[in-house]
Design a protein around this ligand. Structure first.
Ligand code: NDP
Length: 325
């Protein structure tokens, strides 16, 4: 059987995570990395680097593209463009804008007879599946998602795009008191502000207006405006010493009942040493599913909700029934 030919579009943290994940997938090979930068300036682990302007020439050589641009400004532009020519997977994580992004990508992918999976990863993605499974299995229930403590790539990316920011990271911190209340079985009604706080560390460009940067961050719609956010300006040296790792994780907790006095708790916890490497691994499994489902005739946009689990795994359905059921 021939291997699935994958291209990565956008070579940042996530692009490098996807590259590592493909190296672990025996049924897949990385054939190219697409970039908006001068290809000469980008060094991969071996795959050829191609200018994004020249990707049309790769339409017959690539089975699926994994779009690894940022959600803040890249993916809503890039995924519809790529979906016209290729099967594609992205990790678009601006939850409030997912329906809009889905419609745009759906139009583009259907026009090109391609299949596009949007918002893969762990949240949105794996955590979304856990929320749906829990709600389907326990209709009388409430779900609570806590993120962190950890570094959010989407929020870090959004911070770095602000004028005057040289380097920046954003940590999402769950409010432990709220988390413990839920784990203790309390069906509490919590606002976003009561569940998480956001802490930003950044290095400003020389002469940048720090008050303006802080203001822009704390008021950024969808990203920061509904949270208590602390912005810390630090030196280059401190940033490099303390803030270059990318751990993350979180909890999906569902509290439910099936009859009076009969309670159930579903608690899923994720602890990730590397957010981009784990997200990359999920996206590569999604890419496998997209190629298989498109070969069976599926077109347009989908999310992980629409993917049968067996399509994500390289083994056959018979092997999965024998060993995983
Ligand atoms: P980066 O900032 O590292 O990369 C984003 C893009 O910027 C790259 O695709 C690349 O595009 C460009 N770029 C990267 N490095 C450089 C550089 N040195 N100079 C100039 N341009 C550069 O973002 P991340 O990879 O950390 O995150 C990407 C997105 O992944 C996030 O915005 C988030 O939305 C998503 N994500 C989703 C998750 C989920 O669970 N759904 C979890 C984690 C992340 P190019 O090569 O074209 O220049």
């Amino acid at each position: 059987m021939s291997t699935i030919k994958v291209a990565i579009n956008g070579y940042g943290n996530l692009g490098r995570g996807v590259e590592k994940a493909i190296a672990h997938a025996k049924d897949m090979e990385l054939v190219a990395v697409f970039t908006r930068r001068d290809p000469e300036s980008v060094t991969t682990q071996g795959a050829p680097v191609v200018s994004l302007d020249d990707v049309d020439a790769w339409a017959d050589k690539v089975d699926v593209v994994v779009n690894c641009g940022g959600s803040a400004t890249d993916l809503h532009v890039q995924t519809p463009i790529i979906a016209k020519k290729f099967n594609v997977v992205d990790s678009f994580d601006t939850h409030a804008k997912i329906p809009e992004h889905f419609e745009e990508v759906n139009k583009a992918a259907e026009g090109g007879s391609n299949l596009a999976l949007i918002s893969g990863g762990w949240d949105p993605g794996f955590f979304s599946l856990l929320r749906v499974y829990g709600a389907a299995f326990l209709p009388e229930s409430d779900v609570y998602t806590f993120w962190g403590p950890g570094l959010s790539q989407g929020h870090s990316d959004a911070v770095r795009r602000i004028e005057g920011v040289k380097k920046g990271v954003q940590y999402t911190i769950p409010v432990e008191e709220a988390r413990q209340r839920i784990l203790g079985g309390e069906h509490a009604e919590l606002t976003v502000r009561e569940k998480h706080e956001r802490v930003v560390y950044l290095v400003a460009e020389d002469g940048a207006d720090k008050d303006k940067i802080r203001d822009e961050i704390v008021n950024m719609p969808n990203y920061f405006d509904e949270y208590n956010t602390t912005v810390n300006f630090i030196s280059d040296a401190e940033f490099d010493a303390e803030h270059t790792g990318m751990p993350h994780g979180g909890d999906v907790i569902r509290l439910g009942k099936t009859s009076e006095g009969v309670q159930h708790v579903i608690h899923f916890n994720l602890k990730l040493d590397s957010n981009p490497e784990f997200t990359g691994s999920v996206l590569v499994a999604c890419a496998r599913a997209v190629v298989r489902m498109n070969a069976e005739g599926a077109q347009g946009a989908i999310t992980l909700f629409d993917v049968p689990p067996a399509k994500l795994h390289p083994a056959t359905p018979a092997e999965l029934r024998a060993h995983m059921l």
